[in-house]
Design a protein around this ligand. Sequence first.
Ligand SMILES: NC(=O)c1ccc[n+]([C@@H]2O[C@H](COP(=O)([O-])OP(=O)(O)OC[C@H]3O[C@@H](n4cnc5c(N)ncnc54)[C@H](O)[C@@H]3O)[C@@H](O)[C@H]2O)c1
Ligand SMILES: [Zn+2]
Length: 696
Amino acid sequence: MFDATNVNDLMAKTAHWQAMQNQHITENNIDELRHVLRFHEYRYYVVNNPLIADYEYDMLYKKLEAFEKANPLFITSDSPTQRVGKGLIKNFAKAQHLVPMLSLDNSYNAADLIDFDRKVKELSGKDVIEYCVEPKFDGASISLVYENNQLVRGITRGDGEVGDDITPNVHQIKSIPLHANFSQFGIEQIEIRGEVLMNKNNFAQYNQTLIDEGLPPLANPRNAAAGTLRMKDPSIVSKRNLEAFLYHVSFVSTYKDGSSQVPSTHSGFLQMLWAVGMKSPKNEMRTLKGIDAVINYINDFEAGRDALPYEIDGMVIKVNDIAQQDQLGMTSHHPRWAIAYKFKARQATSKLLGVEFQVGRTGAVTPVAKIAAAQVGGVTVTSISIHNDDYIKEKDLKIGDTILIERSGDVIPQIVKSLTELRDGSQTDIVFPQQCPVCNDVLVRPEGEAVWRCVNINCEAQVVERMIHFVSKDAMDIKSFGEANVRKFFAAGIIKDVPSIYKITATQLQQLEGFGEKSVTNLLAAIEASKQQPLHRVIYGLGIRYVGETTAKTLAQSIDTIFDLASKSKEELQQMDDVGVKVAESIASFFTNQDNIDMLQALSAAGLQMKGQPKELASTGLAGQTFLFTGTLNKLKRSDAEALAESHGGTILSGVSSKLNYLVVGADAGSKLEKAKKIATINIISEDDFINMMNQ
Ligand SMILES: NC(=O)c1ccc[n+]([C@@H]2O[C@H](COP(=O)([O-])OP(=O)(O)OC[C@H]3O[C@@H](n4cnc5c(N)ncnc54)[C@H](O)[C@@H]3O)[C@@H](O)[C@H]2O)c1
Ligand SMILES: [Zn+2]
């Protein structure tokens, strides 16, 4: 129905309808809007390759809905408002949902919610409604069926009636129990809805492995979760560490004999799911009376959005009382007792204007796309890394392309794709340079790698980037030095390499514009102070490829002085924790380069710490104690708090277990706190307690 030949025409119509004023929408032209919407649904659900951002689709959909509401006589049975979209994949067995899985009505502002509340009150005849509010998890939806306490089936949403049977993959998701004791509630069969997610941490790691392998990273955790669920090989699913939030019970049948205790509220169901060992949003949800309280909670939750370990794209507001839900019923598209409140869009369309090639401190040449300024998730994006040559080919990017971009959470913005259908012939290829854009040396692409490199160790770009890295917060942390000053001092000939940082004089700085007496004194004091930084920061600051902060610490703990590393073989290096082949090779090659040894000698002469930090000595009274932080901290940034604990000899754990000594609890702590309460040996302390402990 929608083939490649009419895409440009349909996109022109899309633009036309986006600009259309409501008073110009009539029964004569409304069918064209339906056609446009059907086209985008087809692209989204069937081709799995949308051409506009979700927000743009939602706004067009709302135009149609508003028209139909004002003109109910002109609603057609095939209108997009009358059904949910299709999303079936070939090659999977199909299975029927016990109850159709509908979509949700959407809202974007408080006025929409007030309107929703008014309708609910009208239809139910009640003055005040109790709502259950919970996060709208941004993943892939699934539906599970348990019979006699056993998980028997897991299905995707599909077209809402029939989904793809992905039971073997669902078995790999550890937060979905294979067995759950529903019979204690008299329940024989139950259908549960939920969302499968990849948390931000796992997503970042997964993307890094893709980048390391030269594969294109994914734009968001949702795509990662949805893609993983559709894998043919369940063992791959197992490796990706998906998790699932289960948020809705759509069907129950009870044993004929005996009494059943099925909850009468939605929140009651969430408690029940939690009680049988499922991850329901029990701690994230609130039951609230009246829409004002709902709006407040939503605003609070949105404020903490970036600190959540997983992505959400909004909140879902549900009438809590099940009898009231039944009374309200549903349209063919969505239940009338629930509405989604969507947060600010994190997708936008933009234009790829040009590409710059940047040389990093390891010589890797990274293409960076300059794009027409676009607002995404509250920030203005004007440039986006496009990683490497393969990525450009894979995403089929050309200069002049219209692109869909996304910035999910605190993840750096990514190009979801180029809208190749919209090309008009004026687009041009991105040409990767063959020579270093800074020093003109010929670039090389080592075998098995995705990046082109400048291997000239004296390449100016690399020298500058190395110094920027060296003074940075996570490395030597030289206060108020920063990237801008590195560039300025380099240009003025004051610094030329890392050791020269320690030779800067007051006279040199005073000649520069903007350097008053105070800033000169401060900067020199900061440089001086950095000489006391522990060795692991020096090692990290060297910017050896693959040597991150953790590896730097491992190295610092296993040597007497940094020069010991020069005499260690690759094999010896590999004996150390988290030092693999690649890392060992990189360290060895760094230390076989005489230039690097000379540099270390110069730093040593300048007075920097070159002594190792054997584990026993690195610690204080907290040596060997383990910490975990949960909830929002008020005084410290999470990463700073973790670093503080580590600097006192503590270790940070990733989850609650009997190995944990201290759980530091911030505001709105959730499941970790609950779990920790059950383990008697864990000390649960506040942020203030923690700070006091560190100050002792
Ligand atoms: N870009 C495009 O061209 C295009 C085209 C069609 C649709 N779309 C997008 O798809 C959306 C429609 O998709 P949809 O039907 O999945 O609707 P939706 O994403 O608006 O909301 C419904 C879904 O939310 C999920 N969800 C997460 N947490 C939940 C919770 N706590 N309670 C209940 N549900 C929860 C469920 O998976 C449910 O299916 C549109 O709003 C639009 O943004 C985009
Ligand atoms: Zn170069």
